[in-house]
Write a protein that binds this ligand. Structure first.
Ligand SMILES: N[C@@H](CCC[C@H](N)C(=O)O)C(=O)O
Length: 290
């Protein structure tokens, strides 16, 4: 006998065009495998999303919820800034919590999210991490260039080219590059080479930033697994943190991405949290047989 298909209720959401399938596992557990995640994320055979978010009951005291994040390949990941904002709107708009400030645990973080009167969500993304082991990034034998109070690393690419990257973790790994004109930069060619570079054994999200002023950048991100997305929240945080440490940016920066605008604030200390503010909205709801 064939196993009976699983029917799953879902909500499709987006934050600055980075899109998500959100599933509620607070009432009963959801045991979905990687194949089912891929199906949900598939834009032709499923719902279509960059990431799948599963909302669960918390397991840590003081937390309101727990949530897990999967790329549309089915791989579980550590952090998702746009997803965190959608998560906040999801639980608040459904009356799953009666407050505008929400605490949620992820696989390696505890986040505080605040729904503002204008509907946007401000997320305390925690402090960035700079230890190469946190990404991980293997810099053995590379000679860094000191810029500001940070450094960039020369990364030789498979196609014979090379890029200068700043590396940091926002809970998930990021490599950030400064480019002169982000619209015309060959991101489809360079992004995958950086993502899959042997020096990043768990791969990396590759951000391409054009600095317009000390408080304004344009950013495109080739995300690990998902490819280039319309916006990446952790990528926006990583670009601003790198830009501040490299001396190019001030403490509050507006970020233009293809799917919308985000704002990132960071006071610059090693223990200081990064704050991400931006939109989050429901697109539609439905049920799918997996
Ligand atoms: N879109 C996200 C990041 C999702 C995870 C990323 N692709 C990874 O693999 O680390 C965001 O808004 O931060």
């Amino acid at each position: 006998m064939l196993p009976s298909p699983t029917r799953v209720r879902f909500t499709k959401m987006q934050g600055a065009g980075n899109d998500f399938v959100v599933l509620d596992a607070t009432r009963e557990p959801l045991a979905l495998g990687a194949e089912e995640m891929r199906r949900l994320g598939d834009r032709r055979f499923g719902v279509g999303a960059d990431q799948i978010l599963i909302v669960e009951r918390p397991t840590t005291p003081g937390m309101d919820f727990s949530y897990r994040i999967f790329n549309n390949t089915g791989d579980e990941v550590e952090h998702c800034g746009n997803g965190a904002r959608c998560f906040a709107r999801y639980v608040r708009d459904r009356g799953m919590i009666g407050r505008d400030t929400i605490r949620v645990q992820t696989v390696n973080n505890a986040l505080e999210l605040h729904i503002q009167p204008d509907g946007r969500v401000r997320v305390d993304m925690n402090a960035p991490r700079f230890e190469h082991a946190d990404l991980p990034f293997d810099s053995a034998g590379l000679v860094p260039t000191r810029v500001g109070d940070f450094e960039t690393w020369p990364l030789a690419l498979a196609d014979g080219g090379s890029v200068d990257i700043a590396v940091l973790s926002m809970g998930n790994p990021h490599a950030v590059m400064r480019v002169a004109d982000v619209e015309h930069h060959p991101i489809a060619a360079i992004g995958p080479q950086v993502e899959r570079h042997a020096r990043f054994p768990r791969r990396v999200n590759a951000g391409f930033m054009q600095v317009l002023s000390r408080s304004h950048i344009r950013l495109r991100v080739h995300e690990r697994d998902a490819g280039e997305t319309l916006a990446c929240g952790t990528g926006a945080c990583a670009a601003v943190v790198a830009g501040i440490r490299l001396g190019w940016l001030g403490p509050k920066v507006d970020i233009d991405m293809h799917g919308g605008k985000l704002t990132v604030e960071w006071a610059g200390g090693a223990q200081d949290s990064v704050f991400l503010t931006g939109p989050a909205a429901t697109v539609f709801e439905g049920e799918i047989e997996l």
